[in-house]
Design a protein around this ligand. Structure first.
Ligand code: NAG
Length: 387
């Protein structure tokens, strides 16, 4: 997205106005800021754009999955799953440590980290290189063990209502259906911190939110904001962990490429610590170098097919005998982080059953018609710092 400086200036002004109004309304009128008149339903100008999110690339220009070419089994998962959710994925080749040319290490790489962690970071940076080279306005990048809800298209539209409101452009047309002033939409994560001086957004009555006892351990405390169990929070973030699924704008990809590889002016000394990709990305968000938003809880999750416990992420090798990698008791399949897993419902979807099943028997709605999961609006919340 090529946003003009003037557009960005206007957006910032609007955002400041939202902040000021938030604080004023909080202080003077009511303990519940943003009463019903500031509820966002995604109507007016945005509605002609929200439906673009239901297109074959989820409202961005391309979707990439990072996947080691030899892990054809994982490519099968992603290709089949995305076909059932009706979006299209291209692959970015994941890298194994033996393929690394040591000269590609940035000067500030922290060699305490393992080569496999650098290889993973390098694959994400290759994604940025491709986005910039192809001049993509925005793209989604996922790791190849991602899982997502069967309602991903409705969820992303609800999320877009939230991020557009946080950018202060809920009704204006913009080049992206997700708004005009963002670098990263951190859709799938394992922990985040909200910026405490900016408003957040609450989306209520969402049947796809896991009860907290089914969350995997997050690596950060929950945002210190009141969130009913059936509501999703969206906020501008100052940190994030695990780069499972994220959207990046063209501007964001250029900036990440600058900070994590090209590094023309020592940016990396200040805001990247030569760390794993997700850790560096979190710092780029926290420093204000990138403008990042995320949902809490995470929108997407992870999938592990039935396999011996030793076969798993490519970050970890096979623990057992490499000649017999399928030795040992079979575990799974597992899905975490989503309520109505696409991967676990594959047979139901292929069997043209009307409903899908929740991952857990104690889900508030254990069986649901995917088409009944709505696009949901919500309301802005006062910044944490004002509360
Ligand atoms: C989906 O919508 C986005 C945003 O308008 C657009 O950039 C992209 O090209 C569309 N994808 C497809 C497959 O039509």
């Amino acid at each position: 997205m090529a946003f003009s400086t003037a557009q960005r200036g206007v957006a910032r002004l609007l955002l400041y106005a939202v902040g000021v109004i938030t604080i004023i309304s909080f202080v003077f009128w009511s303990p519940i800021p943003f009463a019903p008149q500031t509820t966002f339903q995604g109507s007016a100008g945005a509605s002609d754009q929200l439906h673009l999110i239901a297109n074959g690339t989820l409202g961005v220009q391309k979707i990439f999955a990072i996947s080691i070419p030899s892990r054809l089994d994982k490519r099968d998962n992603i290709v089949l799953g995305s076909s059932l959710s009706d979006f299209h994925v291209e692959f970015i080749d994941g890298i194994t440590p033996d393929e690394i040319n040591p000269k590609t290490y940035p000067y500030n790489w922290n060699y305490d980290h393992r080569p496999v962690e650098y290889a993973a970071r390098r694959a994400h940076v290759n994604g940025m290189q491709q986005i910039v080279n192809e001049r993509l306005g925005s793209a989604i990048i996922m790791e190849d063990d991602a899982d997502w809800d069967v309602a991903i298209k409705s969820q992303l539209q609800s999320f877009a209502i939230a991020v557009r409101a946080l950018q202060g452009t809920e009704n204006a047309a913009s080049e992206s259906p997700y708004g005009h002033d963002w670098d990263i939409l951190w859709l799938g994560h394992c922990g985040l911190e909200c910026k405490s001086d900016l408003p957040s957004f609450l989306t209520p009555n969402d049947p796809t939110i896991l009860p907290p006892h089914h969350f995997l351990p997050y690596w950060r405390d929950p945002p210190p904001l009141n969130r009913p169990d059936d509501s999703r929070l969206t906020c501008a973030i100052s940190d994030g962990v695990c780069s499972i699924v994220y959207a990046v704008s063209f501007r964001g990809a250029q900036r990440i490429l600058a900070a994590l590889s090209v590094n023309p002016s020592g940016i990396a000394d200040k805001i990247d610590i030569g760390a794993q990709f997700d850790v560096s990305l979190g710092r780029l968000c926290g420093s204000g170098y990138l403008r990042c938003f995320a949902p809490y809880p995470s929108l997407t999750g992870g999938y592990r097919p039935a396999a011996p416990a030793t076969k798993g992420s490519d970050i970890n090798g096979l623990d057992g005998d490499p000649e017999k990698p399928f030795d040992g008791p079979i575990e799974g399949p597992f899905s975490n982080g989503v309520m109505y897993s696409t991967m676990l419902n594959i047979n139901r979807i292929l069997g043209e059953e009307e409903t899908v099943l929740a991952n857990w028997d104690d889900a508030p709605v254990p069986e649901i018609k995917p088409g009944s999961i709505p696009v949901i609006g919500g309301s802005l919340q006062a910044p944490i710092a004002a509360a």
